[in-house]
Design a protein around this ligand. Structure first.
Ligand code: T5A
Length: 222
């Protein structure tokens, strides 16, 4: 696959949507072909699964049900949208991906990380993001931003300790594989956040160019 998969992660209200729009503007400026998507969701069927996951209801969803729904949506998203785009040589910019599963279902809910890893292998085979931006912020600040939007979804109803564990898991994953992750301080003003992201994208593109030259793949630069 000659496209690239860029994922953007972080807790609620950290600014993923805002910054993904801006990342896509940067790629468009450079003439890089890309699609933008999100998880859970990204196709009609996966968006229906998203609704199941986000809608608050009286019946408590078991943690295992939640995990399997997340991966069911991902399997559909990969098959229908992501893999074909990468095969066409397009870049995919995705609002959340499997790091969110490690963070929310693993760190947040306490499910066994090895179970998540097994499902990751089953659903994705060898596919992993090429670059993951972790937008990092104090949970109280992110949640305050998210709550301004209206009624909280099923995840937003969780206690702040849940989001503290989610954040911690993101940071641990980034520290364990610094080549793939970029931690962005998202508590700064938007213009500073964007400068950090642009620098990270620039570095990533330089690495992509070197890799492409080594394998004679098409490449782009920011
Ligand atoms: N989930 C998902 C799992 O549990 N497991 C999984 O495997 C996956 C894939 C999805 C939910 O599903 C869960 C996690 C989530 O709970 P979602 O729609 O992706 O939900 O998630 P949210 O985090 O709820 O998305 P939000 O829209 O809340 O947050 P964003 O996109 O991070 O924030 P954004 O860009 O909308 O910004 C929020 C507000 O802050 C302002 C913006 O203008 C906006 O008003 N803002 C800033 N203000 C000041 N300074 C800055 N630097 C700012 N940046 C943005």
């Amino acid at each position: 696959m000659s496209g690239r998969l860029i994922t953007v992660e972080g807790i609620e209200g950290v600014g993923k949507t805002t910054n993904i729009n801006w990342i896509c503007e940067c790629l468009a400026e450079q003439g890089i072909p890309f699609i933008q998507s999100r998880e859970p969701g990204g196709t009609a069927l996966a968006e229906e699964i998203r609704q199941l996951l986000l809608t608050p209801r009286d019946e408590k969803m078991s943690d295992l049900t939640e995990l399997l729904l997340v991966f069911a949506a991902r399997a559909q998203h990969l098959h229908q949208l992501i893999e074909p785009a990468l095969l066409r040589g397009e870049w995919v910019v995705c609002d959340r991906f499997t790091d969110a599963t490690y963070a929310y279902q693993g760190g947040g809910r306490g499910l066994d990380m090895s179970l998540i890893a097994a499902l990751e292998d089953l659903v994705q085979d060898k596919l992993r993001p090429d670059l993951t931006l972790i937008l990092d912020i104090e949970p109280a600040v992110g949640l305050a931003r998210a709550h301004q939007r209206g009624a909280p979804d099923r995840f937003e109803q969780e206690a702040i300790s849940f989001f503290t564990r989610v954040r911690q898991t993101y940071l641990e994953r980034a520290q364990a594989a610094p080549d793939r992750y970029l931690i962005v301080d998202a508590g700064k003003p938007l213009v500073d956040v964007q400068a950090q992201i642009r620098a990270g994208l620039h570095q990533f593109c330089q690495r992509s160019v070197s890799r492409a030259q080594a394998t004679a793949e098409p490449h782009h630069g920011l």
